[in-house]
Design a protein around this ligand. Structure first.
Ligand SMILES: [Zn+2]
Length: 305
């Protein structure tokens, strides 16, 4: 009996140590950066330094890329006449302010598409941080500022908290001086997710709501019903000729840009998922659904709509 207890204790300790070692190994693998020489940049994209890239979308709109980061993040500097807005600040591996300072002399306000760790990593470096007042965001405010619980994610880095200096309303317009952006609240990938529309320039900035590669619908606050509602809402509030600028790219699709028709493809899959008729292309370890040639949507094996 004594020996049995001893064996159980030793086995448990070994299992716990093995689990901790594999979690650490996955963390180390996922935080190791991609070799710069192995990266092919997309058209018009240029290295700013050995980490960041800049793509000049037009004279007042820039994509600031981090293609060496395993999630290939893209952040957008949207410049008006009186101020600029930086939509997402990446995972915070490097200081992004030297890039923004090189592109505009105007004051820069940060707004993140949603509070996941890889979109808020440099927020603490900015005095002007705007956020949209929705319940899921308000619940994560602390005395030190804003520190969302989902900051660690698939990384070992800790994201510093940051103060919010400007509160916006869902559906509000942001005036950057001779340039206006419409905010859309688009829960689905995450409850507190926002897209921005520049109707004059036909630019739709979507964060993690839609981008080329694998869409995440399995985060703790993902919701497939909300995802469908939001995609219908975006389709009904856009003209159909916008270009979509997402927050990530993948090696097979190194540009984070999609045509507006990608929204209809996503709508079609979400309709099928919500009505139980979608068939996964793969079932384990994740359920993978094809959206179109540029995109998949990922769910946990037993996750329902
Ligand atoms: Zn996200």
């Amino acid at each position: 009996m004594k020996n049995l207890r001893k064996t159980v204790v030793i086995t448990s300790v070994v299992l716990v140590l093995a689990a901790m070692a594999s979690i650490t190994l996955v963390g180390v693998l996922l935080t190791s950066d991609i070799d710069q020489d192995s990266i092919e940049l997309s058209n018009g994209e240029n290295w700013f330094d050995d980490w960041y890239t800049v793509t000049r979308i037009d004279n007042q709109t820039f994509a600031i890329g981090e293609p060496r980061y395993w999630q290939k993040n893209y952040n957008y500097l949207i410049v008006g006449q009186s101020r600029a807005l930086l939509f997402d600040t990446g995972p915070g591996v490097r200081d992004i302010t030297k890039v923004t300072r090189s592109l505009t002399q105007l004051p820069v306000t940060v707004m993140s598409s949603h509070p996941h760790y890889d979109h808020i990593g440099n927020n603490f470096r900015f005095d002007r941080v705007a956020w949209v007042r929705v319940p899921s965001i308000l619940s994560e405010l602390t005395d030190d500022g804003f520190q969302p619980t989902f900051t660690r994610g698939f990384t070992l880095r800790t994201i510093p908290p940051f103060k919010i200096s400007e509160w916006l309303q869902p559906e509000q317009e942001i005036d950057l001086g001779q340039r206006r952006l419409q905010i859309f609240h688009v829960p689905g990938h995450e409850e507190g997710s926002f897209a921005l529309l520049d109707a004059d320039r036909q630019q739709l900035f979507t964060g993690d709501f839609i981008y080329p590669g694998w869409l995440v619908a399995f985060s703790p606050t993902s919701d497939l019903h909300e995802y469908l509602r939001s995609v219908l809402y975006l389709i009904s509030h856009t003209s159909g000729s916008e270009t979509i600028y997402g927050a990530h790219a993948v090696a097979a699709h190194p540009s984070p840009v999609l045509p507006h028709s990608a929204l209809e493809d996503l709508e079609e899959l979400l309709e099928a998922l919500n009505s139980g008729t979608a068939i996964p292309r793969q079932r384990f370890p994740m359920r993978v659904f094809t959206v179109n040639a540029d995109m998949d949507l990922h769910l946990f094996p037993f996750q329902g709509p």
